[in-house]
Design a protein around this ligand. Sequence first.
Ligand code: ADP
Ligand code: TRP
Length: 322
Amino acid sequence: MARILTGIQSSGVPHLGNILGAILPAIEMSRAPENESFFFIADLHSLTTIKDAEIRRHHINAVAAAWIAFGFDTDKNLFYRQSMVPEVCELAWYLNCLTPFPMLANAHSFKDKSEKLADVNAGLFTYPVLMAADILLYQANFVPVGKDQLQHLEMTRDIAQKFNHIYGDTFVIPEAKIDEQVKIVPGIDGQKMSKSYQNFIDIFLPDKELLKVIKSIVTDSLPLEAAKDPDTCNVYNIFKLIADSDQTSAMRKNYLEGGYGYGHAKQALYELIISKFASAREEFGFLMSNPATLNHQLEKGEKRARAYAQDTLSLVREKLGY
Ligand code: ADP
Ligand code: TRP
């Protein structure tokens, strides 16, 4: 049995790129009977950048609702808010005292953020230590992350090895799991879809607003009659990531034959999103307007997560002489 753990920052409503690139593959992995998945909403980490309470609450709910709407099984796996297992802050303190200052000062994500952000707070600096605590608290074996998080995983391993070396075997040394297969979903302007570029498709928008976003996908200005190159078209490149192979070849044929405009392709993409994600859209809407149901789902995971966390912490406290 492998324990897989990953944190998802609550920094916005998950967009199509997050869904196809992270949520669906992670849910797929969590279905394997031999895996036990711990997925949590990194809402303490979000305080390093987001200060507004209402925005935080909305993002936490939106991230949780999206995972559940796409079928993440909260009985087989543990799904929880990081902030609801405050033991992680205690462990983070212990680990802080074992983390060399230069290791944090040299982290590229800190250097990068401290150049870009106006608010360079101490939380940004110790961000990797809280992340190490997230992972070590639950004795995770594998941590699926994007390449940008690899250095944080290396730090987690270093901190855990140092602790084990001084105090004897305590923590499982986790391994990063990088999925090289993950496709990069293009945004409405053709560059990588991202919150930071404001080029994303929020598939949970009401119909009319969703259509408006899809209509704003950038294309060239070839007339309706002209034959078109599907491979250089943003509409087609998004369409093919969602469609099945018959739908994709039919769309390809439309482009190559001509007499098919970008307006038609956008309408087809809109209809595909509406039909493909119908049940997820409905469930998401339901959960967002019924926060008590959402809370209930999370509380189940939080209760179980706390039990694991308390076990690890009592071991750690004993080793440290508390
Ligand atoms: P954003 O770029 O919108 O801020 P995040 O960095 O919060 O997104 O990414 C959350 C998860 O979604 C990560 O696992 C990341 O790899 C995945 N992801 C984000 N954008 C895309 C994309 N355009 N295509 C594929 N996966 C993506
Ligand atoms: N730092 C991760 C990110 O920005 C989120 C995260 C927090 C995380 N704690 C974690 C990921 C623990 C994996 C394991 O995407």
